[in-house]
Design a binder for this molecule. Sequence first.
Ligand SMILES: Cc1cc2nc3c(=O)[nH]c(=O)nc-3n(C[C@H](O)[C@H](O)[C@H](O)COP(=O)(O)O)c2cc1C
Length: 158
Amino acid sequence: MAIEKNELRRVMGHFATGVTVITTLRKSGELHGLTANAFTSVSLVPPLVLVCVDKKAESYPCFEESKVFTVNILAADQEAISRRFAVSGGEKFQGIAYRDGANGAPILEGTLGYIECRVTTAVEGGDHTIYLGEVEQAETREAKPLLFFRGGYREIGD
Ligand SMILES: Cc1cc2nc3c(=O)[nH]c(=O)nc-3n(C[C@H](O)[C@H](O)[C@H](O)COP(=O)(O)O)c2cc1C
């Protein structure tokens, strides 16, 4: 018998991760973004990463429509941004510093770095879809990461 949903969430919470905001856009150009930690690197040649997106997320149609996304790796002082992008609806980008990326998706300011991607493959993953993206551009800077562990935000050294 398969494990129960809340128990799986609790167990997976023991796997410490960084926190990202995945930005993307609709065909109309409307900007979207969601907090995500189901993100990983997949391949170096070709350069591929993946993100798992809930089919119920408002941002979900963007991945098919624009075929682009940008992974923004949050810094330790960006917990408020993570919380904002973890709730559906509202003007998520209001008052947030960002610029337009080469792929059209917003690049958030003050992060540890960003990875601009173009969707190559969508794989069925239950209530999520796994989007593989080819990395077109990426940059990083020195800063401490925001972490997520056992349902809470952490910093290195906590
Ligand atoms: C730490 C954290 C990690 C999350 N990881 C994911 C994820 O990997 N994939 C996902 O679809 N939702 C994830 N979520 C939930 C989304 O951020 C949330 O459903 C959000 O409201 C989606 O925004 P949208 O409906 O505007 O697209 C995560 C939330 C938090 C707080």
